[in-house]
Design a protein around this ligand. Structure first.
Ligand SMILES: NC(=O)C1=CN([C@@H]2O[C@H](COP(=O)(O)OP(=O)(O)OC[C@H]3O[C@@H](n4cnc5c(N)ncnc54)[C@H](O)[C@@H]3O)[C@@H](O)[C@H]2O)C=CC1
Ligand SMILES: CC(=O)C(=O)O
Ligand SMILES: [Mg+2]
Length: 480
């Protein structure tokens, strides 16, 4: 299947194989039923036909899974029509997985075989044993990242476990490759015990140039990341925390320019103080935010005056008081200028947003469903964004992790530090020219091919400036 076969975005598109009695008017009944259901008819193909029967494949869009089931039931009930099979294009696209390993050299002669494998390869192994830094030159290490998950916070869908997390991780490694040329590998571990995860990641680290932790829930993710950062000499980044914080800061910086407000003046509500939410609070405080309210399931659990919040920069978790909520999310929204959602889908409605100030900025970033229905969010705010790709402003860590890791790998950085993250945020924000900034264009597209090189360059420069770069030249420039 090619991307051209997939067509424009629809989350629920079905392709159904029907056996119809071969006489006039039968297909019209099918088309009429779909029209009645508001199921937009797309491609219609004849698979085979004889005097009695015609087999057709028809493709149509439905509103959601339940609507799809309902339409299929109605098709099944039509006289002289049989539903032979039904497939969902999103599932079709996932058949057999989305990625594969490919070798760079065709293995078609004894000579090549003896070089890529034994005996020739043995010399390379011995060279690396003598000088482990040679692994960067003579193996995939320099350009590879492990995308590690335990499946405990798969998007905003909750604890689905490691096997169910694999489709997300495969998607992520596709983005690493497509956007940044990095060979990443999905690693789904069958444990949710932090110590065991730390042990596993340390164990596999020699084969990788970097570790991207993904969809590991708070608070375990903090301890896991901290332990790995201190014990490994390659960059480790929990993307849900830092990749998200970087892209959020970029988007908010530009959005504030559009509405003419300043970071230090605006009242910001962050809903969902898990991995992503707490990292976003931290980066916002570092960027000068002085009026920040944090909410979680319990209500308002993080609040303080500018001075108290400044103190929270060093230990945000100590400032979060889940046992003493100081109001509800609705209370928090009253008079707020900015809403940042990193919780779960559909927790807000239009009236909630109308409690906020004029020229409000609403970033409903929960995936796959944002905190508010996108059409309503868009109508009820001056600037609206989601984490999804079907609305103009997409705030997704897909804009940051490819460039951050590209820059870190290029200079063989030993870590990804605060300076590198701030440099990445500035570079992403700078990808939208000042004169082009508008309500619908606060953040570049994931498909803007300038983003990764600009972010990578800024990150590499910050790594050098902070003394964590071990290499001056990109590995691609002198060895590949
Ligand atoms: N757009 C983007 O780039 C990104 C979006 N996200 C989204 O952010 C959300 C959170 O992800 P993580 O922080 O990784 O998960 P997490 O599991 O670490 O944190 C989720 C937090 O939301 C809280 N929560 C749950 N229901 C809530 C409710 N009704 N109201 C307020 N808080 C509630 C939980 O108690 C928890 O603190 C997910 O929907 C995820 O898809 C995460 C990373 C990047
Ligand atoms: C985008 C992402 O990392 C998430 O929703 O978890
Ligand atoms: Mg994630």
């Amino acid at each position: 299947m090619t991307t051209d076969d997939i067509g424009p975005y629809s989350n629920y598109r079905l392709t159904v194989r029907l056996a119809l009695l071969n006489k006039p008017g039968i297909f019209a009944k099918v088309a009429g039923l779909l029209a009645e259901e508001g199921a937009n008819l797309g491609a219609v193909d004849i698979v085979s036909a004889n005097a009695e029967r015609m087999i057709r494949d028809i493709t149509f869009d439905v509103q959601n899974e339940a609507h799809g089931d309902h339409v299929l039931e109605r098709l099944e009930a039509l006289p002289e029509v049989n539903v032979l099979s039904a497939s969902d294009r999103i599932f079709l696209l996932h058949l057999g997985g989305k990625i594969r390993v490919q070798s760079k050299v065709p293995v078609n002669t004894r000579n090549v075989l003896s070089m890529i494998y034994t005996p020739g390869v043995g010399r390379v192994c011995q060279a690396i044993a003598k000088d482990p830094s040679k692994a960067y030159a003579f193996t995939i290490k320099s350009n590879s990242v492990a995308v590690v998950t335990d499946g405990s916070a798969v998007l905003g869908l909750g604890n689905l476990g490691p096997a169910a997390a694999l489709p997300v991780m495969e998607g992520k490694v596709m983005l690493f490759k497509e956007l940044a040329g990095i060979d990443a590998w999905p690693i789904c571990v069958a444990t949710q015990d932090p110590d065991e995860i730390i042990r596993i990641v340390r164990g596999i680290a020699p084969g990788f140039g970097g570790i991207n932790l993904e969809d590991i829930s708070a608070p375990r993710c903090f301890e896991i990341e901290r332990a790995l950062k201190t014990s490994l000499d390659i960059p480790v980044m929990h993307d849900d925390q830092h990749g998200t914080a970087v892209v959020l800061l970029a988007a908010l910086t530009n959005a504030l320019k559009v509405v003419g407000k300043r970071m230090e003046d605006v009242r910001i509500v962050v809903n969902g103080l898990g991995a992503a939410g707490t990292a976003c609070c931290r980066i916002l405080l570092a960027a000068g935010a002085a009026h920040l309210i944090g909410c979680d399931k319990e209500g308002i659990v993080l609040m303080g005056d500018a001075e108290e919040l400044r103190a929270c920069r060093t230990d945000l978790h100590a400032c979060i008081r889940r046992d003493q909520p100081r109001g509800t999310l609705h209370d928090a929204l009253k008079g707020a200028d900015v809403f940042i959602g990193l919780s779960v889908g559909n927790v807000l409605n239009r009236e909630d947003l109308e409690r906020m100030n004029q020229d409000r900025i609403v970033f409903a970033m929960a995936n796959p469903d944002p905190e508010i229905e996108p059409k309503v969010g868009d109508e009820a705010s001056r600037i609206f964004a989601t984490g999804r790709s079907d609305f103009p402003n997409q705030i997704n860590n897909a804009l940051s992790f490819p460039g951050i890791f590209r820059g870190a790998l290029d200079v063989q950085a030993s870590e990804i530090n605060e300076a590198m993250k701030l440099a990445a945020a500035e570079a992403i924000a700078g990808c939208v020219p000042a004169e082009a900034l508008s309500e619908d264009y606060i953040i570049p597209s994931v498909f803007d091919r300038d983003v990764v090189p600009r972010v990578a360059k800024a990150v590499a420069a910050a790594a050098r400036a902070t003394g964590v770069a071990r290499r001056r030249i990109r590995i691609d420039d002198d060895l590949r």
